[in-house]
Structures are given as C-alpha cells and as structure tokens.
Write a protein that binds this ligand. Structure first.
Ligand SMILES: [Fe+2]
Ligand SMILES: [Fe+2]
Length: 370
C-alpha cells in the first residue's frame, strides 16, 4: 500500500486515521499559520502565507522551465507544484476501512424519493447508452477468454473507456455540494440565522469530488469534444440542481445519495475488474519497470487510488442519505463535528433521524458539554 502517496494525491496531507474532535473542529489553518509565522520570525522575515510557502517549496523542485507561481498543466498539482495541507477536512482510511465498503441501496420512503431514484436510474441509463457501456454479466468461463474478446463483445471496458467514464462522472459529482453550500450560505445571510453546520460538510464534499477529478486528470489530456460535453452537462445540471434545491433540499440530498450509490457500485466493479486482471494497463504484475510506471498515478498504484476514491463515495452516500432523513430547516448537521468511520459508513446506508440525534449527543459528551 502506498497510503501517504494516495493521501497527497487526493489532497490529503494527514496520514492520521482517526481525526480527533479537536482537529475536526479547529481549523488546521490556524495552527499552520502560527507555525509559518514563527518560522518567518526566526528567519527575520515577514510571515509568509501558506500559499507562499507552497510556492516556495515548489520553486525548489521546479525545473527551470516554469516559475513557482505558474502551473504548467491543469493537473499540475500532483507532482511538485503544490505542497502543504490547504484542503478542507477529509476522512483518511485504514487498510481495513478501504475493504469494508458494501454496495447498498436505500429503499425510497416516499414519492419524492422514488422520483429521485428514478432520475438517477434514467441518468445512468442515458450515460451508459452514450458511452457504450453495457451491463452484460460476465460469462462463467470468462477467465479463459482473451481480454480483447471480452472487450470486443461488450463485457468489460478498456482502460480508456473507464477513464472517460470516471472523468465525466467526477466532473458532474462536484456540482451538488457547491450548489447546496451556496444556497444555504445565501439563506443564512438572508434570514440572518445560523446554518447549523451544513455548509461546511457540503463544501467538503464538493472539494473532495474536485480532487477526484484532478487526480484522474493526470492520466489524460481531455479532447475538445470531451470538454464541450462537460461544459454542456455542467450548464444543464448546475441550473437544474440549483432550482431543485430551492424547492426541496431533502429530495436533492436523497438524489445525491442515490448518485453516490451508483458511484460506489461503479468503483466496486472497477476494483473487481482490476483484481481479476481485466484492466492490465492499470494493474498487472509485469515485473517490468516501464509497464509498472503506466500503472501509477504519481507514485500511487491505481488500485489503491480507486479503493480510496470508492471510500470517499461511500462517505458521500452515507452523509447525503442521512441529511435527507433530517429537517433541513431546523436540524443540526450531525457530521459538523465528526464522522463515523468506514466500518459504519461502509455497512450502513444512513443514520435515521433518531440515530443522528444520538450521534450529536455523543459528540457533545466528547466535547465535555451537557
Ligand atoms: Fe468522486
Ligand atoms: Fe461522490
């Protein structure tokens, strides 16, 4: 396992598995800025911002071709340009947690849930059709089949088709969290009342999805038609989701929960294909350094990256289905202070409202409040 590398790639600087309450609650930015300030005083210079330090680190490792402020490519955050922890809170998983994810489904509770589930199924069917993806079950003797034959007959995707699918889905998945955070932020300003911790969790999800996209972007330069497709899809989806969230935030979180169910299913299928040796471009024991290099993102193995991303999607599944069980007008976000680990999120689809309440009470006890 290349755990620290995955952590870095996905914007995770911490390798701590359990984030104590204090770290979740108190921004690490404050501690980081204090450390930077002290270091600068010792050196007799004015304090640098975290970004300046990142740039300074980068300049040490940059080739002479680029200066420290200019990103050479859209995906240049991975190798050397950006250093330091400037991302929002994000769970970091142990090896056992990465493997404890199950494909689960939340049964619709009312008509709105049924509509949300139906829309996700429709979107998935449409995207499968456009991208030529078929849900053909593998033949029983597929291990005897040549990989090319399985691909030609539509049983499995090749590495390029997988990547295209992942990039498109991640570019869409980053939208809902930002829309929800924006609308709740505006509502808080408009009504002059506190938000009860929802904004932060929504922003964390949006950033986490964007990090997925940036990570996979290192494997591909997008073509113009692909960019146009994403532009069109984003334009339509952002506005539709924006209007829908104004009408029914609960249904929108349920919709995202169902979307994340599909993401967990897709990445689980990808992991199975990888471990079955059906995507040798990404995961095979060639024992040859040139081939091995192609299987890496940065210096992390593709299989480890996919496991980590699947765990993130499982977090989104759990959080959104749980938020859909709450009253978005008055209930506190139970995950504002901490989140359950993957042994819960991977095996339970969501917290019901009473479980969320018990979880918040437990958080208060941990904080030493009555
Ligand atoms: Fe994602
Ligand atoms: Fe997700």
């Amino acid at each position: 396992m290349h755990r620290p590398s995955i952590a870095l790639l996905l914007g995770r600087a911490s390798t701590t598995v359990f984030q104590p309450l204090a770290i979740r609650n108190v921004s690490s930015t404050i501690a980081r800025r204090a450390a930077l300030s002290t270091a600068a005083k010792e050196a007799g210079k004015p304090a640098a911002s975290p970004n300046q330090v990142s740039a300074n680190n980068a300049s040490e490792t940059q080739t002479e071709k680029h200066d420290a402020l200019t990103t050479p490519t859209a995906a240049s955050t991975v190798p050397t340009m950006v250093r330091g922890d400037w991302v929002l809170f994000h769970p970091v998983y142990s090896s056992e947690e990465l493997k404890s994810v199950e494909v689960l489904h939340q049964a619709p509770k009312n008509l709105a849930d049924k509509v949300a589930a139906g829309l996700v199924k429709l979107a998935r069917a449409g995207f499968d059709l456009v991208s030529g993806y078929k849900h053909k079950p593998l033949p029983p003797d597929y291990k005897q089949w040549p990989i090319q034959k399985l691909r030609d007959e539509g049983y499995i995707l090749d590495d390029k088709a997988w990547l295209l699918r992942i990039l498109f889905l991640e570019s869409i998945a980053g939208v809902p969290g930002m829309v929800a955070a924006t609308l709740r932020h505006l509502q808080s300003l408009r009504l002059m009342r506190r938000d009860s911790g929802w904004i932060h969790t929504c922003l964390e999800e949006a950033e986490n999805e964007r990090m997925h996209l940036m990570t996979f972007m290192t494997l591909r330069k997008p073509s113009l038609p692909f960019r146009a497709l994403i532009l069109g899809a984003q334009g339509v989806f952002y506005n539709l989701f924006f209007l829908s969230y104004i009408v029914s935030p609960k249904t929108c979180h349920r919709f995202v929960g169902y979307l994340e169910e599909e993401a967990v299913y897709t990445y689980t299928k990808c992991i199975k294909d990888l471990e079955d040796g059906l995507i040798p471009e990404w995961y095979a024991d060639y024992g040859n350094s040139a081939h091995m290099k192609k299987q890496l993102i940065g210096d992390a193995k593709m299989i480890d990256v996919i496991y980590a991303v699947r765990s993130d999607e499982t977090t989104h599944r759990f959080v959104n289905h749980s938020l859909a069980n709450l009253n978005p007008s008055n209930d506190v976000n139970p995950f504002a202070l901490r989140e359950p680990d993957m042994h819960t999120k991977g095996k339970q689809i969501a917290f019901e409202r009473d479980e969320a309440e018990a979880y918040v009470q437990e958080s208060h006890k941990l904080l030493g409040k009555k």
